[in-house]
Ligand binder design. Structure first.
Ligand code: RFL
Ligand code: PHB
Length: 393
């Protein structure tokens, strides 16, 4: 049995856990990260692509911003396709200059792993049967199985950054935790392809056949999504069928310019709105997808994880460096206030752009009226833009 002693045990080596551990290390606060899967597996998951300025700033503060600043692309707006035409949301114009950064979550995670390696950070992979102990005691600890043995880490605090299916949230007694959940009756089929993006900016498309999204990772790497029934399986969608369906949902001139190619990755993600309250129980703090899920339409999931980490980072700094625990004590309340606003925005954008399988003509006309209002009102566009670029921390 190996025994560790550290200040903060972080469960989950996704972007939330790695970012927190890297930020804390630079302030002299010790942590270890416990990750269930291999590094290759974590880096093989294709997920988010749009970073708010808050996350961009945190990556720089973590000393991980150099490649992002070189290779990431600043976007000042995006398009919404509807009724056969493209209308643009001018993010920068509507917000007094705010922009987003297009840089893949895979790259964010890769940069964080590289930084952890460089600083000699402890990130253990392949940990199984993680158990949290003494959450309401002064000396909490975590145990796990690895390489055929039991291991233990004693700590002051535990951060549950182990995603929606992780063990941390489940360690909070049911009578303490309230979970709010809405599962949408459709999913997103995503394809990554080594082709130039169809447009310089992202295109969110509303179409009678269902939603579509044209996103990108770089000048020669594109990410596309189409709304599909939950009963569909990715392996039943050939590349040809995917491209044909995507084209049907785009304005004709856009579809005509779409360069297709073999898919490098193809997967279906369900859409869910989920919040667990509170985000703190004793010495355990939940962060990122462990505490909340948004449907990806507003590009908010990774960015919400980043705001949680921002509040925790400052809370731990105040606690350890200034002996002030007010930031940790107000963590749940502060994080949840921002979480619910992002939940609202993601839900609204999802409803605006998707075809509900059980919807009727009234729903469609209401959606159309919502879009007509949006593009006739500078105030409505400003509201969308200020949410999309990210509400202040
Ligand atoms: P993660 O990334 O799920 O990482 C959690 C890690 O914990 C590990 N783990 C455990 N480790 C130890 N013990 C256990 N018992 C464990 N159980 C799990 C897991 O292996 C994993 O490595 O959560 P984290 O770090 O909170 O990060 C959250 C983001 O990954 C997520 O919110 C975003 O990807 C959501 N998202 C998007 N967010 C954005 O901000 N902008 C976007 O454009 C965007 N697009 C997306 C998305 C998510 C998508 N999918 C597939 C859900 C697009 C898609 C399609
Ligand atoms: C992506 O590039 O994967 C992406 C972009 C914007 C979204 C969701 C996903 O809203």
């Amino acid at each position: 049995m190996t025994s560790y002693k550290t200040q903060v045990v972080i469960i989950g080596g996704g972007p939330s856990g790695l970012l927190l551990s890297q930020l804390l290390h630079r302030k002299g606060i010790d942590s270890i990260v416990l990750e269930k899967r291999s590094r290759e597996h974590v880096l093989g998951r294709i997920r988010a692509g749009v970073l708010e300025q808050g996350l961009v700033a945190l990556m720089r503060e973590a000393g991980c911003g150099a490649r992002m600043d070189r290779e990431g692309e600043t976007h000042e707006g995006f398009y919404i396709a509807h009724q056969g035409r493209l209308d643009r949301i001018n993010l920068a114009g509507a917000t007094g200059g705010a922009t987003v950064m297009v840089y893949g979550q895979t790259e964010v995670t890769r940069d964080l792993y590289a930084a952890r390696d460089e600083m000699g950070g402890v990130v253990l992979h392949g940990v199984e049967d993680v158990e949290l102990h003494g959450l309401r005691d002064t000396r909490p600890y975590v145990t796990w199985q690895q390489d055929g043995g039991t291991h233990r880490a004693d700590c002051d605090f535990i951060v549950g950054a182990d995603g929606f299916h992780g063990v941390s949230r489940k360690s909070i007694p049911a009578d303490v935790l309230t979970e709010y959940e809405k599962v949408y009756p459709f999913g997103w089929l995503g394809v990554l392809s080594q082709t130039p993006p169809v447009a310089e900016e992202l295109i969110y498309a509303r179409h009678p056949r269902g939603f579509a999204l044209c996103s990108q990772r770089s000048k020669c790497l594109s990410r596309y999504y189409i709304q599909v029934p939950l009963s569909d399986r990715a392996e039943d969608w050939s590349d040809d069928a995917f491209w044909a369906e995507l084209k049907r949902r785009l304005p004709q001139d856009v579809a005509a310019g779409l360069q297709t190619g073999p898919s490098i990755e193809k997967s279906i993600a369900p859409l869910r709105s989920f919040v667990a309250e509170p985000m703190r129980y004793g010495n355990l703090f939940l962060a990122g997808d462990a505490a909340h899920i948004v449907p990806p339409t507003g590009a908010k999931g990774l960015n919400l994880a980043a705001s949680d980490i921002y509040y925790l980072y400052h809370g731990f700094q105040d606690h350890y460096l200034n002996g002030d625990s007010a930031g940790l004590d107000s963590y749940s309340q502060k994080a949840l206030a921002r979480v619910w606003k992002a939940e609202r925005f993601s839900w609204w954008m999802t409803n605006l752009l998707h075809r509900a399988p059980d919807g009727n003509d009234t729903d469609l006309r209401l959606q159309q009226a919502d879009l007509d209002y949006l593009f006739s009102s500078a105030a409505a566009q400003a509201s969308l833009a200020e949410n999309y670029v990210g509400l202040p921390y």
